[in-house]
Design a protein around this ligand. Structure first.
Ligand code: PLP
Length: 499
């Protein structure tokens, strides 16, 4: 007979109270319940009223100093600890739930995902392995991602912290596939030292880091130039692979970008697939934020070819709006994926019945053994909103980027620095000493609390970079950012003339 969670008969009070002194459970659940409901209500208010507050505010020195305290040996009342959270933590976050946040590429999160995080923490599931439904939830998402990207049923997938980790793991799978699983015992040795990987100069820095961590060193990564739209130059890629072969190297990996971090460029993934098929090279796609564009009818065609990649790394916590963190790795050949990470240990013995059944386990597909229930907030988000709605949110961020692009183009004091391809707009205020002026404008914007774009460098010039990722952002936020740029730009320029 199975017992539903809410129907379990309460234990008799005497059973509960055999020794109250050493448990962390409260003596008075009623008080905790009241406190908990208050926290939940406050957080709903915090999220619902986010637009009325500054995007970000500088941390007062007293607040910072509070977090240099001594290790608490004695207990503190939960109400007091919560007050400290409300007064000194919640007001000083990055601000990425705010519609005016357009810095870097940060997701906005969502209230349903927040509730799911609470439920997941209550279950306190360890999703490394064993036979329980939280793992089935993760497998469900693996199945959904196969469907999204047109991968076969034999593909494997795993939640990880973020795409930096997913990319590192993909490099390791490509490494073990090329050198055979014995590389796990013997290390890279001589043949490994000749392996080379390829990506564009616009690719995220975590790919070079992955080459470092995987033992190849960053020199083994060839950085291929990009065209005017920041897409990898496929002809140069082919030529570099050919030259490396002549020189005795062994090309084993190409990393394509589905949404570069600087301007959101998508490589020609179908062309990369052709190169990799001809050359027998693993194709990994860094789709950290862009791959979920597959949910948008407008963007999906531009990702053509992604369905033939050997692996894809992406984040549900960026365009997918799932609360942090929810990175994901999808690998076409699940067996190669497993062979890269699986290890046997007596204390992880598998059975065919009981709690130790259900092998293979998620821990067979990555370096983590203990793992949280990231799948739950993702499952709730996907089910509650549906992929049509999430895709529409993604499309709208791109539409807002085009709106912003048009406004920048129409304003003589501003200059567009890169073509808008997805949801990222790079521009700047025209001025003498424009690099310094624009860096100052961005810092002043942050401090004003009006908006939070970031900066990047394009062709040696500092750009104001607005990445529109948040589902809460609308035209008002774009207008507010642009008028603040004009205002602060005029101030910065005037201040320089005075000096
Ligand atoms: C954000 C990002 C990454 C890194 O992903 P994390 O989730 O932050 O680890 C890698 N590549 C691109 C293109 C990104 O936008």
């Amino acid at each position: 007979m199975t017992v539903a969670w809410r129907d379990a008969p309460p234990l008799a009070p005497q059973d509960l109270s055999s020794d109250r002194s050493e448990t962390l459970d409260p003596e008075d659940w009623k008080a905790l319940r009241t406190q908990g409901h208050r926290m939940l209500d406050d957080m709903f208010d915090h999220v619902a009223g986010v637009r009325a507050r500054p995007v970000w505010q500088p941390i007062p020195p007293e607040t910072r100093a509070r977090f240099r305290g001594a290790l608490p040996q004695a207990p503190t009342d939960l109400g007091d600890v919560y007050r400290e959270f409300a007064d000194h933590i919640a007001p000083y976050t990055t601000g990425n739930i705010h519609p005016g946040f357009m810095g870097w590429v940060h997701g906005g999160g969502n209230a349903v995902g927040m509730l799911a995080e609470m439920l997941a923490a209550g279950l306190n599931a360890n999703c490394g392995g064993r036979d329980h439904v939280p793992i089935e939830v993760e497998r469900q998402i693996v199945q959904w991602t196969r469907q999204m990207f047109g991968f076969p049923d034999t593909a494997s997938g795993l939640f990880v912290t973020g795409t930096s980790m997913a990319n590192l793991m993909a490099v390791l799978v490509a490494r073990a596939t090329r050198l055979g699983p014995s590389v796990r015992q013997h290390g890279l040795s001589d043949c490994g030292a000749r392996l080379t990987a390829y990506t564009s100069v616009a690719t995220h820095g975590c790919i070079a880091q992955a080459m470092d961590l995987a033992g190849f060193g960053t020199d083994a990564l060839r950085r291929i130039p990009v065209d005017h739209c920041h897409r990898i130059d496929v002809a140069v890629l082919r030529a570099q692979i050919a030259a490396d072969r002549v020189a005795g190297f062994e090309p084993f990996l190409v990393v394509g970008s589905a949404g570069t971090v600087d301007i959101g460029a998508i490589d020609d993934l179908a062309a990369l697939h052709d190169v990799c098929r001809d050359e027998d090279i693993w194709l990994h796609v860094d789709g950290a934020y862009g791959a979920l564009g597959i949910l948008s009818a407008e963007i999906a065609p531009r990702l053509a070819g992604i369905e033939s990649a050997d692996s894809i790394g992406f984040d549900f916590h960026k365009w997918g709006q799932v609360p942090y963190d929810a990175g994901f790795l999808l690998v076409r050949d699940g067996e190669q994926h497993r062979a890269t990470f699986a290890a046997s240990a007596a204390y992880l013995r598998r059975e065919t019945r009981g709690l130790a059944a259900g092998s293979p386990w998620p821990c067979d597909y990555g370096p983590d053994l203990s793992r949280g229930f990231r799948a739950l907030k993702t499952w709730f988000t996907l089910k509650t909103y549906g992929t049509d709605k999430l895709g529409a949110v993604i499309s709208r961020t791109c539409e807002l980027a085009r709106y912003m692009e048009a406004k920048v183009a129409a304003e003589p004091r501003l200059e567009l620095l890169a073509p808008v391809q997805l949801n990222i707009v790079c521009f700047r205020y025209r001025a003498e000493d424009a690099d310094a002026v624009n860096a100052d404008i961005v810092a002043a914007l942050h401090e004003s609390g009006i908006a939070a774009p970031s900066t990047t460098t394009l062709d040696g010039r500092i750009a104001i970079r607005a990445a529109i990722v948040n589902h809460r952002t609308d035209r008002r936020d774009i207008d507010a950012l642009l008028s603040a740029v004009l205002e602060f730009g005029a101030c910065e320029t005037a201040a320089r003339i005075e000096r």
